[in-house]
Ligand binder design. Structure first.
Ligand code: ZN
Length: 242
């Protein structure tokens, strides 16, 4: 599903558009003149469908927003299927993804709660390396910049996409349309860090918002970031979604 001249939606589950496996987050493909990048991997049960939607040429990068299984569970399979794929994630999540550390990735509670089937397991992805705040990935005419945005989970990273006259944000589970966020009763969900992350996003002046689930916003998207930031600034918690 083509969204802009450079961005295509290649995966999306029950919390989105049911394009691929129900467990998948939104999976985006960003194409430049030199290379392309996937943003997030989905849960790993819809990899065939995602790769079908990606087509050729194969992406050079997989940029993970965080380690939760619906975003990073498919990373190992994608790395196997796409030789030379560079897989990047923020620390400390990168280490948990590389090791398949289900406890630190908060999978047992989500599995017990029925979010994932009882037989779902997180496949370790040893290829993952750390992306740092401010790192830039040049795809040719298109640049992606990593923005450390902890709060929803440790290591959460958003990616800012700058093309000529247009800025988009891949926000993972940090912020959604309507100024919603994702606060969960998990070991690394941290409200003060979340508020600081929204302060950073509130200064971005983005045109488009490409979150990990739910609706996508193609223009005038800064209002969604401003709305979440304003609630945090008032000392309250924005409306939360899963
Ligand atoms: Zn998450």
């Amino acid at each position: 599903m083509r969204l802009t001249a450079h961005v295509t939606l290649v995966g999306s589950g029950a919390g989105g558009f049911d394009l691929t496996d129900p467990l998948d987050c939104h999976v985006y493909l960003v194409r430049g003149t030199k290379a392309s990048a996937l943003v997030d991997a989905g849960a790993g049960r819809g990899v065939d469908a995602i790769l079908h939607n990606v087509g050729a040429p194969a992406p050079a990068y997989l940029l993970l927003t965080h380690g939760h299984a619906d975003h990073a569970g498919g990373a190992a399979q994608l790395a196997r299927r796409i030789p030379g794929l560079r897989v990047l994630a923020g620390a400390p999540a990168a280490g948990w993804i590389a090791a398949g550390d289900e406890a630190m990735l908060s999978l047992p509670r989500a599995r017990a709660g029925g979010t994932y089937p009882a037989d779902y397991a997180f496949e370790p992805c040893p290829q993952v390396t750390v992306v740092d705040d401010g790192d830039e990935i040049d795809l040719g005419g298109v640049t992606l910049r990593a923005l450390a945005t902890p709060g929803h989970a440790d290591g959460h990273t958003c990616y800012v996409l700058d093309t000529a006259g247009h800025r988009a944000l891949f926000s993972g589970d940090c912020v959604f349309t309507g100024g919603r966020v994702s606060l969960q009763n998990l070991h690394d969900c941290r409200v003060p860090e979340y508020a600081r992350s929204l302060s950073r996003l509130a200064a971005l002046e983005v045109d488009a918002l490409f979150p990990g689930h739910h609706e996508i916003c193609l223009s005038r998207a800064q209002r969604h970031l401003t709305a979440a930031h304003a609630v945090f600034e008032a000392g309250l918690l924005p409306r939360s979604t899963t």
